[in-house]
Design a protein around this ligand. Sequence first.
Ligand SMILES: [Zn+2]
Length: 312
Amino acid sequence: MTLKIPMLNRRDFLAGAGAAGALALAGSLPTRLHAQTLALGDASLKVVSDGNLVLPMNFLLVGREPAEIEALLGPHGLPLDQSEPDCNVTLLQTGDRLVLFDAGAGANFQPTAGRLLESLEAVDVDPSDITDVIFTHAHPDHIWGTLDDFDDPLFSEARHWISQAEWDFWRADDTLAKMPEERKSFVVGAQNRFDAIEEQITFFKPGDEPVSGIEVVDTAGHTPGHVSFMLHGGADPLLITGDAITHPVISFEKPGWEIGSDQDKAQGAATRAALMDRLAADKVSIVGFHLPYPGIGSVERAGSAYRFAPTA
Ligand SMILES: [Zn+2]
């Protein structure tokens, strides 16, 4: 039997975040307002929640048989029809810098997301306190929250940082035309945010250190300029993965599977497989943007694949 894969359109995408998502949010956000904190040498890392997304499973698992999906997710008690990934934003106090990794989804993406301001308020952080906003990539759930209700930069005092490749991709003349219909809003949304923060933006490339102790790591595939960030302040390094790893079971047990949310599915899978190998071998801790809140843990080998070992 072949699984019919309806393409995700914008209406389904937003509608999918309706009643079920609101229920999930009502039950789960209060606990997420108590930010998880981790000491990292002299630096202090907090994970603050932007809420969660609600995604149809066929948005993530493209072309997979229902039996395969059930065999993978069923033993973990996970729903087979949709995924409700958390959105974990990392806040790092290091020296005199207060760094935010990604800015969340803002008010206009999905009703279950866009809760970052509440979460920052709960840890007594005002948006004007943030000195640096460092983006992994420019998808809606990572960059749309960069503007306030008046479409001005919310983090008004912050320097904003993004990889040159990511900026160039979303800004290119032909990106809108080439993007599938259901994701054209991603392009328009990214371009609007880029226009608004253009005065505050600085570019980096893999290998750079935008802030001392924060190394840019190339994890392209999810988007053309997607990067992760290795934090070197603690006894062991810690990687802010962004969306190089997105699911606590699929990404770990089937890192080589192509994922529908990756712009370049083959490159995304290759990047993920290589990353898993390196993280497990080097015993690097991670913060996964979409792993179950707070998304802090490590990658362990499990047979021929891996498993997520949460530590918080
Ligand atoms: Zn994401």
